[in-house]
Write a protein that binds this ligand. Sequence first.
Ligand code: HEM
Length: 741
Amino acid sequence: MASAMLGTVAEKAKDLTSAQSTKAAQLAAVTKDVHDDKWRLTSDFGVKQTNTDDWLTVSTEDQTGPSLLEDHFAREKIHRFDHERIPERVVHARGSGAFGKFTLFESASDVTSAGILTDTSRETPVFVRFSTVLGSRGSADTVRDVRGFAVKFYTEEGNWDIVGNNIPVFFIQDSMKFPDVIHAGKPEPDCEMPQAQSAHNNFWDFQYMHPEATHMFMWAMSDRTIPRSFRMMQGFGVNTYTLVNDKGERSFVKFHFTPSLGVHSFVWDEALKIAGQDPDFHRKDLWQAIESGSYPVWKFGVQTIPESREHDFDFDILDATKLWPEELVPIRYIGQMELNKNPDEFFTQTEQVAFCTSHIVPGIGFSNDPLLQGRNFSYQDTQLSRLGINWEELPINKPVCPVMNFNRDGAMRHTITKGKVNYWPNRFHAAPPATAQEGGYVEFPEKTAGIKARLKSKKFREHKNQAELFYNSMSENEKTHMMNAFAFELDHCEDEVVYKRICERLAEIDLGLAQSVAEMVGGEMPTEQLRPKHNKKAKGLSQTEFMPETPTIATRMVAILIADGYDKVAYNGIKAALTAAGALPFTISPRRNKIYAEGEEKGGSGGVVADHHLEGQRSTMYDSVFVPGGAKSIETLRKNGRAVHWVREAFGHLKAIGATGEGVTFVKQAVDLPGMEFSTAGDVVESYGVVTASQAQPESFKEAVQMAKGAKDFLSAYLFSISQHKNYARETAGLNAMVAY
Ligand code: HEM
């Protein structure tokens, strides 16, 4: 076991590039492997221990006497355990991290002098942490919430952190409101309920009382807040930063990460169920993808606006509740990020990693975005209570470039700095500041004037235009999901004032939406559009625009339902085809034991061992379900309500379903709805993402996989359906609403 694990570590190391190795070597210097045979248990002060099970007592064979305080080994063990916990993050407490690399394929030297954004020969190691916002460390992954997308770039000029989210805008314009928005979203103060949910009175009360949140709460009620995977989310820096080039010219900038696997979400029922069935779903998904070598990749892009055009827009470009529509400011993709190594230890890496928006490198600067300015204070500050003053010496946070200064001492200082002086200027000229030519950071000489006041520019006072822009840009299915999300959330608000007011606010955005929500949650029905609509749309807001460039089923999990007597040809054929296309097939049967194919003798040498039994896992854990034929297998499955439910639930969750041979009759029986069509003879029928072939032959599974829309052969049609992630036409036709799941 141990040597197998060490093998994996060695294999993983192979994938690291030389740039990543710099950080890896730094970490290796402080890493010990518990599986090394040389180890014997020792105390913290290094003395080998003979017993770590029994506290020293004054006892005889017949009488157990008192425990002795003198047992330092026992006291040390308990004492260390008592102090294992550190405060969890005040927000974004639940998260998962991974190592990777950033590469640049186009220099952005026209806008910045930053090495990481201009030197295309470089590879920069990164550590990324994805998170939910509201829940505590032990809460579920698939709750409805914004996801954090924090990237630490270990650049040659120091650490650069983009502490972003999977949504490009935020609830507030001014960081001073952050404690309020978070208090309102976190469990209510008297009862500490609900956990990791925005579906409660206080959250929605604040959303109404604070109109600048309108745009963000529209995003929060969209599919963005129930992502299928961290690997299938966009990342946004959200705040407006600046870039400065060699000529000293400044641009405003927003940062984007776009996943190569497309942007995909669960449907709400699925997310709700997984929160109970597998609270670690996203963590596991990321971990397993990296372990299996399917490294997630994001394109990295920038939107830039030259300083001279700062005031050319009808919104303030420093306002974090606004995005920069791509029609006005196109995204320029210049690099990519790949995650290719899981952490070795959760606590010392994923838990102790600490991001700061204030971590920038030469060529990158801040803007006067008032949310960013406050964040720049908050992150540094919060690390002190979470990790202590020397947190930047922790291996995961340590830059790969040299660090030298006269910041000294403090709890848990590790570095030993030799020398006679600890101040500057000093008579030895020891450790002088760097010049600009030596790479020293030089602040941009921004000209600024104004009056001291608690004030922002007047464009900050408009809050609804982009909320409507976002809603208008959704597909009809996405609009339906938003309506349902509001209806769910407001149903959990018992205070009538709260849900009535939100329906009123929605009537400022879209009367139809407001009315549909009001009809579901009760209260007065809004009768007029409370703000004139502009009816504009923008590109890049609907998730439907982010399908992978070529259809792919890589890393998709497919359940194959079989019982004794299954059709071996179809089973082996589909398994091979899925594996060849990079998907992960799993065999699900009534028992996790050997299952025998048609013609195989029970207890004989044949048979396959199922990965899970029907009660151990649910359809929610898979992207698709396939049912091969085999008369006896189907007869068994047909009598099993759970097996029928697997198909109905996958259908309800808009997943691709495939069936061949007798499997077709089983699927037909489960979801025989008006308008659904199934194969009856030698034909392949695709109907709302359900692909059936009654008379599948061995060659049905041998054809080259094209994954094409309207394909006539079984494999191409079925694999294409999986690649589409969800069949929204099924929802439009109202079919999923007709099955019980
Ligand atoms: C643009 C809006 C914001 C975004 C995109 C954002 C994003 C994030 C992310 C991704 C994390 C988790 C970092 C990690 O994985 O360790 C985080 C944590 C945190 N954020 Fe924000 N945040 C925003 C606004 C704010 C504001 C306005 C404040 C305070 C004024 C704030 C304070 C914090 C704090 C204190 C933490 C915990 C940090 C830690 O303990 O390591 N955030 N934020």
